[in-house]
Design a protein around this ligand. Structure first.
Ligand code: KIV
Ligand code: ZN
Length: 528
């Protein structure tokens, strides 16, 4: 059985998703969960992009000791030095350096000749080797590059010491048969010797990232790169959970396995969705709300007679469990803690206590509290940043012929502050009143509301994103009262913003550096 390595780039390419910005603690929390999931490599960030990125990669390198920790660097000295600094304390450090190889990128973006690009790639790999043994080299836009030029640059990179060569479909342009042909061609004609890992990295612009990745595995790729929930630049990266479950469910076809503990998939997906503020479409394969739902009568009938009639994998295999315990307001802390453990949550006593208090509040309003409700409560405990602003009291009047008006009392550092405002609707009124208390000018980028479960007493879950100085902060709130959930979500995003402002001097806007930018500074530094 072939063993395929899983390279997760949720914290790097995934964080390049429009509107996503994670703080250090959030990245650390995701990295810890990726380790539990069993990924082989975590690409923790692009350290030269910002001080926050550098700090996050360093924190992950120090704490997450199982997987290889990779840092991205363009093919220049400064990037490589910053990447080396970031992974210095990792148990298994990797520097991932890249340069574009397609005519279009070399001519218009890099303004370099093919010879110069090969020279830069070799210099970058050699320089990275001075810091770490494990160096990955990527030929950006490989699928629109001349295959013979790819062979030439990979041969040179391998001679310079690259231990992994990556063949990215940077713009999501290729097709499965074409990509498979390219992988075989490079394997044979570079040639790629035994011991050097062939990696693939696909984007989803034409919706083929997962199919392309699987075709590449069939053609001999050893490592596959992707993101949880398929997030990433533009239309996103290949979805890790889809690739892993395809390999597992169709092992008869692929004859390959991964080290992923699939029962951790759902929790990882929820964590990434919660912390990035990127909600998951209900029909998303593997982790969408409807992925295991059977609606039509014929399907339900068949499923009830024999599950495998309509289910090719079980929800349990990806960590979506069925509760045997029914929890309600009479359930004690012990039953609650046992349920959390059964659901796979490993929380500190303090977090269990806070989640239990929220659970009792909810059980008072709702007869049966489902696993999904508990999950929603626990997700608020994933990453706790200092709460400068906390909701104390909320009163709203609204109606078809009334001007929506909200009064809020917010504890600011423990001190109560009360304000009232009117708005276009009750949520707008609440947000305006909160703005008066905080005095912070924000730009609400997105607002989404959905019911955690069905039923009139369902818990409402609100996700918001606010923008400040080029950074986007996500907040999430749950309550059976959707106005209260909206206020909680907004306050969480504001608390993250304040926390970031206190920790960092005004950060660069994404256009200036927190996302990868190729520019004049791309030219090789002296000595390369
Ligand atoms: O899509 C891409 O080409 C990349 C490289 C940096 C590997 O993300
Ligand atoms: Zn990419």
């Amino acid at each position: 059985m072939r063993r395929i390595r899983i390279f997760d780039t949720t914290l790097r390419d995934g964080e390049q998703s429009p509107g996503v910005s994670l703080n250090v603690q959030e990245k650390l929390e995701i990295a810890r969960q990726l380790e539990r999931l069993g990924v082989d490599v975590i690409e923790a960030g692009f350290p030269v992009a910002s001080p926050g990125d550098l700090q996050a990669v360093q924190a992950i390198a120090k704490e997450v000791r199982g997987p290889i920790i990779a840092a991205l660097a363009r093919a220049n000295r400064v990037d490589i030095e910053r990447a080396a600094e970031a992974v210095r304390y990792a148990a298994r450090p990797r520097i991932h350096t890249f340069i574009a190889t397609s005519d279009i990128h070399m001519r218009y973006k890099l303004r370099k000749s093919p010879d110069e690009v090969v020279e830069m790639a070799v210099a970058a790999v050699r320089y990275a080797k001075q810091f770490v043994e494990d160096v990955e080299f990527s030929a950006e836009d490989a699928t629109r590059s001349d295959p013979d030029f790819l062979c030439r640059i990979f041969r040179a990179a391998i001679e310079a010491g690259a231990t992994t060569i990556n063949i990215p479909d940077t713009v999501g342009y290729t097709t499965p048969p074409e990509y498979a042909r390219l992988i075989r061609y490079i394997k044979e004609n570079a040639p790629v010797p035994d011991g050097v890992v062939i990696s693939v990295h696909c984007h989803d612009d034409l919706g083929m990232a997962v199919a392309n990745s699987l075709a590449a595995i069939e053609a001999g790729a050893d490592q596959v790169e992707g993101c949880i929930n398929g997030i990433g630049e533009r239309a996103g990266n290949a979805s890790i959970e889809e690739i892993v479950m395809a390999l597992k469910t169709r092992q008869d076809h692929y004859g390959a396995e991964t080290g992923i503990i699939t029962e951790h998939i759902y929790r990882t997906s929820r964590l990434v969705s919660t912390l990035t503020g990127m909600t998951i479409q209900p029909n998303k394969a593997i982790v969408g709300d409807n992925a295991f739902a059977h609606e039509s009568g014929i399907h339900q009938d068949g499923f009830l007679k024999e599950r495998t009639t309509y289910e090719i994998m079980t929800p349990e295999s990806v960590g979506i469990g069925q509760s045997r315990l029914v929890l309600g307001k009479h359930s004690g802390r012990h039953a609650f803690r046992v349920r959390l453990q059964e659901m796979g949550y490993d929380l500190s006593e303090e977090k269990v206590q806070r989640a239990y208090e929220r659970f009792i509040e909810l059980a008072d309003r709702k007869k049966h509290v489902t696993d999904r409700d508990i999950q929603a409560i626990v997700e608020e405990e994933f990453v706790r940043i200092p709460e400068l602003f906390a909701l104390d009291y909320l009163h709203v009047t609204s109606g078809t012929s009334t001007l929506p008006t909200a009064t809020v009392r917010i504890l600011k550092g423990g001190e109560p502050r009360e304000e009232a405002a009117t708005g276009d609707g009750p949520v707008d009124a609440v947000y305006r009143a909160i703005d008066r208390v905080t005095g912070i000018e924000t730009n609400l980028v997105s607002y989404a509301l959905h019911g955690v479960t069905s039923g009139k007493d369902a818990l409402g879950e609100v996700t918001v994103q606010i923008r400040d100085n080029g950074h986007v902060y996500a907040g999430r709130g749950t309550s059976t009262d959707v106005i209260e959930a909206s206020a909680r979500a907004y306050l969480q995003a504001l608390n993250k913003l304040v926390y970031d402002r206190q920790r960092f001097a005004p950060a660069p806007s994404p256009a200036a550096g927190s996302k990868i930018q190729e520019s004049a500074e791309m030219s090789p530094a002296a000595g390369q």
